[in-house]
Design a protein around this ligand. Structure first.
Ligand SMILES: Cc1ncc(COP(=O)(O)O)c(C=O)c1O
Length: 441
């Protein structure tokens, strides 16, 4: 950058300082609530990803595609709770299902018909799922699948990938892994089939499971290549390891999840997020011969416990949502709509010649402020300043997105919502063109 004067042009850190001041001025009540809550919750927080500097807004209500905060601001919600909010806020069909469930009693200590019907539907929709079990979160579904794989194979090691996210204690998106569950991890490189093949051969006698997101979600919305995922399928079969597709996010990307689009059938699949209709949810399922180990009629059955495994609210909201709202046709149309939105956003950046690019598939996407193609986790630059700035500016313009630039399209979004998002992104790029252009060049 030696040819440019650095004295006059605005830098990204200057821009963030100025934007933060505007953000603080716009959110006095949220700031006060945040400070008070630090007395009771560590950092006022009970889900780390919900925190961002200088403090997060406190949300009071959601309706359709909108969120409302304590200071009276309205946001168009393009976070969609990291894909759990597929249906938008208070979808009438789901609300009705929840009210009906409430009236019939909440916690039974026994089976109920929603669990039967929802299980049947999941088996019908997802190609790999012959039998399914419910849990309370995606994390729990992954933990159960990994434990099942160890029992079924009599082996101990698990292959996971750098950049993968499978839950708060199964997190490979950053360097700090102190909280991770202590499985015997073998770490592989995402979208590197040759290195993965070699790694799997080296561990072929000890590998119980391979766990992978068919698209890295928390790791930056990087789709797995067909070649990479095919390699995992072939090699795990060859060495007798269980292939687990974590489709907690990606199961929405087609009528039968990303596995159906790719034509790859894993041994086990894990689900969560939107499939609870907005309530807490997890599920894992797959090959009948593996899942039948949980059949309580067997003498050697595996004991799968969990007070709320068949939570009445989650299963009724989830069933109605997936059966009556997110039908196969809607899943396809919504995925196409997401593709179009991402293309429009990318076009805006391209036209302005600014190094910004959205990765993702269908209704799930992530903006990255850098040049060049992003195919591997290693391609991502570590610079967080542009996404911090993007996040604060989008909040100030009335768009709720993730700090890391993650966004998802919900069923509640109108075309007008999408048009406004595209316009706001263009305005942001125009407003910070110089800082973004120079700092990222
Ligand atoms: C791909 C993936 N797997 C698992 C999880 C964990 O799900 P939960 O937060 O319900 O435990 C998440 C959550 O973000 C996820 O994105």
């Amino acid at each position: 950058m030696s040819g440019h004067s650095t004295t006059q042009r605005p830098s990204l850190s200057d821009a963030i300082k100025e934007t933060t001041q505007r953000y603080v001025a716009a959110n006095p009540r949220s700031q006060a609530k945040f400070e008070e809550a630090t007395q009771y919750l560590p950092g006022a927080d009970t889900r780390t990803v919900n925190h961002y500097d200088p403090f997060p807004i406190t949300i009071v209500r959601g309706k359709g595609s909108n969120l409302f905060d304590l200071d009276g601001n309205t946001y168009t919600d393009f976070l969609g709770d990291y894909t759990a909010g597929l249906y938008g806020h208070s979808h009438p069909t789901i609300c009705a299902a929840i009210v009906k469930a409430l009236e019939g009693g909440l916690t039974f200590g026994g089976p109920h018909s929603n669990q039967h019907e929802f299980a049947k539907l999941l088996c019908a929709r997802f190609p790999s799922i012959e039998r399914v079990r419910f849990a309370n979160s995606g994390t729990e579904a992954n933990l159960m699948s990994l434990s099942l794989a160890r029992v079924a194979t009599g082996r101990t090691e698990v292959l996971a990938f750098e950049g993968g996210y499978h839950g708060g204690i199964l997190d490979f998106t950053g360097p700090d892994r102190r909280l991770n569950a202590s499985f015997s991890w073998v770490m592989g490189s995402y979208n590197d089939p040759a290195a993965t093949r070699e790694l799997m051969s080296r561990h072929q006698d000890n590998l119980a499971a391979v766990i992978v997101e068919p698209m890295l979600g928390g790791g930056g919305c990087i789709p797995g290549t067909k070649e990479f995922l095919d390699t995992l399928r072939q090699e795990s079969e060859r060495i007798g390891a269980i292939l687990i597709f974590d489709e907690v996010q990606t199961s929405r990307l087609g009528p039968g999840g990303l596995q159906q689009n790719l034509g790859i059938t894993p041994d086990l699949t894990t689900l969560g997020k939107y499939l609870g209709g907005g309530a807490s949810f997890g599920a894992f399922g797959g090959r009948a011969d593996l899942m039948e180990l949980f059949d309580p009629r067997r003498k050697d059955n595996l004991h799968h416990a969990g007070t709320h495994n068949n939570n009445v609210i989650s299963l009724s909201a989830g069933l109605v949502g997936f059966r009556d709202v997110y039908t196969p046709e809607v899943a396809e149309a919504h995925t196409n709509r997401g593709e179009q939105l991402r293309a429009r956003l990318n076009l805006v950046a391209e036209k302005r010649g600014i190094p910004a690019h959205l990765t993702g598939l269908g209704s799930i996407m992530n903006v990255h402020f850098q040049r060049g193609r992003i195919r591997r986790r290693e391609d991502l630059l570590a610079n967080r300043l542009p996404t911090d700035l993007f996040h604060l500016e989008m909040l100030l313009s009335g768009f709720y997105v993730a700090r890391r630039g993650f966004m998802s399209l919900s069923l509640a979004h109108t075309e007008k919502d999408c048009d406004r998002l595209v316009k706001a992104f263009d305005t942001f790029l125009e407003q910070h063109e110089v800082a973004l252009g120079f700092d990222l060049a």
